[in-house]
Design a protein around this ligand. Structure first.
Ligand SMILES: O=S(=O)(c1ccc(O)cc1O)N1Cc2ccccc2C1
Length: 399
């Protein structure tokens, strides 16, 4: 029985991974949510969720063997196998009744809960790998490439599950929100929420915290508040991380005893294409050599204190904060960039699509080019900056 199931699974994975995921725009999420047709949502999801799961599961199998064998990575892979199998139960249902629709919703909730701890579990897997095998630059690059795609895929899958369960899961929708989307998301409100919560943590940890100064410039509709159709929880996640970093930088740079910290300055600008949020801190900045590691998964995962001692929880989270925050910004075609003046401070820029028709999901696709990323060597170096290094000059062979 076991081999039959494994063979059947790989056949289904092959079948569904040959379809490309179908990215939705925020506008489509809104319009679909307003029509609120549960059967059509079910018909879409029972195909799209297996497609998205299969696309990323095929990529898990391409991971460097060492990482794949780590117990935590094995565990995450088993969660995906179980969830993929459960969704396929609804694959060829002819007629669908209320009972089946309810079952489908319950299955989605079960899957969402099963995968709740994927991020810390994968982080553990990366630490297990680093502690058990030497990790060279090529492996580090492949792991970084994979995790960006793996977490982006997870953001998209959870978005689909959340929309369906919020719209049809039974809980009354007493807000204007469509699922987890706010059609009039007031950017400054989310900024202030994220600041207040980061400030609370900072005060708890350092007994002090820098103030904030916010300026808004609406160049499209001067004087009106800057609002976008967006997922508030995604924006909050990103801003909360940036405020935690900025506060930690300012307090550590000026010393916890100082009182007159330079305030964190926030600019919110509405342009034609983007809404830009700039968060400027005078926390001393970071060297360019350290800057390149800030978005890495390997370096940012320092072995974490156990989850239990939350009272001493460090200000920055898993250290996964920046790479994940950038994925949330990029998920709907925005971005997150950092510019640092070493010795003075750092500016963080969050770019968001201002037009909901342009805010499309960005999803990884499993195909021959993504596969090549896991096998081809890093490109040959076409710049030199040090004498000697890997191949000394006179010994270089011309290929
Ligand atoms: O690297 S940073 O410039 C920095 C990085 C990201 C960000 O959002 C804000 C920042 O300011 N910065 C983080 C940090 C932490 C402790 C002590 C000093 C610093 C400096």
């Amino acid at each position: 029985v076991f081999t039959a199931n494994v063979r059947n699974l790989s056949r289904m994975l092959d079948h569904y991974s040959h379809f490309n995921p179908s990215p939705l725009s925020v506008k489509q999420f809104i319009d679909f949510g307003r029509s609120a047709n549960e059967v059509r949502s079910f018909e879409f999801l029972r195909k799209e969720l297996p497609v998205r799961l299969a696309n990323i599961m095929q990529e898990i199998n391409l991971l460097p063997q060492n990482l794949l064998r780590m117990p935590s990575v094995h565990l995450v892979h088993n969660w995906y196998v179980k969830s993929f199998t459960e969704i396929l139960e609804f694959e060829d249902l002819k007629s669908v009744d209320q009972k089946k629709l309810l079952e489908f919703c319950q299955t989605l909730v079960k899957i969402r809960n099963r995968h709740a701890d994927v991020v810390p579990t994968m982080a553990k897997g990366v630490i297990e790998l680093r502690e058990s095998h030497p990790v060279d630059q090529t492996v580090e690059h492949r792991i970084h490439y994979f995790l960006d795609r793996f977490y982006m895929s997870r953001i998209g899958i959870r978005m689909l599950i959340n929309q369906h369960t919020l719209l049809f899961g039974g809980q009354m929708n007493n807000t204007r929100h469509i699922g987890c989307i706010d059609p009039n998301c007031d950017v400054q409100s989310v900024v202030r929420d994220a600041y207040e919560n980061a400030k609370f943590l900072c005060d708890q940890y350092y007994l002090t915290s820098p103030d904030i100064e916010v300026q808004e410039h609406n160049n499209l509709e001067p004087g009106l508040p800057i609002q976008i159709v967006y997922v508030p929880s995604h924006l909050y996640h990103t801003l909360f991380e940036l405020f935690k970093n900025a506060m930690r930088a300012v307090v550590e740079h000026h010393g916890a005893a100082a009182r007159d910290y330079p305030p964190i300055q926030v600019l919110i600008i509405r342009g034609k294409e983007d809404v830009t949020i700039k968060i400027s801190d005078r926390g001393g900045g970071v060297t360019r050599s350290d800057m390149k590691n800030l978005f890495h998964y390997m370096y940012s995962t320092a072995p974490q204190p156990s989850l239990s001692d939350t009272d001493s929880a460090p200000l920055a989270g898993y250290g996964y904060g920046l790479p994940l925050s950038r994925l949330y910004a990029r998920y709907l075609l925005g971005d997150l960039t950092l510019t640092s003046c070493e010795g003075y401070g750092t500016d963080a820029y969050v770019f968001l699509k201002a037009i909901s028709e342009e805010a499309n999901e960005m999803l990884p696709v499993f195909n021959h080019s993504s596969t090549r990323q896991y096998s081809s060597p890093l490109p040959t170096r076409d710049w030199v900056s040090h004498i000697g290094g890997s191949t000394s000059s006179h010994a270089r062979a011309r290929h």
